[in-house]
Design a protein around this ligand. Structure first.
Ligand code: DQA
Length: 147
């Protein structure tokens, strides 16, 4: 079995299902975890699924992924638009990186149009709600199989 795909989620995503559901959907983060596990399992892969509201914790997990992951899916949430430190951590990762957003930030406020994470990611999946995560896991599995 290859190394797991790390699926990391940033701040406020613990409130998924109750936080602005008209934008982010009614599925909870636990529902999203189950979808990711099912998609990974169908592809013969495993995931490590984690969420934190803290930038430093996310950076620690990104650094951990350097050694322990075959690929990384990250929904940086608000930090995607602000965090040079998360970008720097991602640049030190030598496995495929897929950026993921439930909403389509490019179609929202101007300040969401830029994400630092995109500078380090192989690709981006956004705008499909919980399915963005499933598609991102599938893309990460494909990229890490080729790697
Ligand atoms: C988000 C989009 C971000 O702009 C926002 O700050 C989030 C969630 C998304 O999944 O659509 O918290 O990353």
């Amino acid at each position: 079995m290859s190394k797991p795909i790390y699926v990391l989620s940033g701040p406020n995503l613990n409130l998924l299902g109750v936080r602005e559901p008209e934008i982010y959907g009614y599925e909870t983060l636990d529902d999203v975890r189950k979808l990711c596990e099912a998609r990974a399992s169908a592809l013969g892969r495993e995931i490590v699924f984690r969420q934190s509201n803290h930038e430093g914790v996310l950076i620690d997990w990104i650094q951990e992924a350097r050694e322990k992951a075959s690929a990384l899916v990250i929904n940086p949430a608000g930090y995607g638009h602000t965090s040079v430190a998360i970008l720097d951590a991602l640049k030190a990762v030598n496995v495929p990186i897929v950026e993921c957003h439930l909403s389509n930030p490019a179609a929202r406020e101007t300040f969401r149009r830029k994400t630092y994470v995109s500078l380090a990611a192989n690709g981006l999946v956004s705008g499909f709600g919980a399915a963005s995560y499933e598609l991102a896991v599938e893309a990460a599995a494909g990229l890490s199989r080729q790697a």
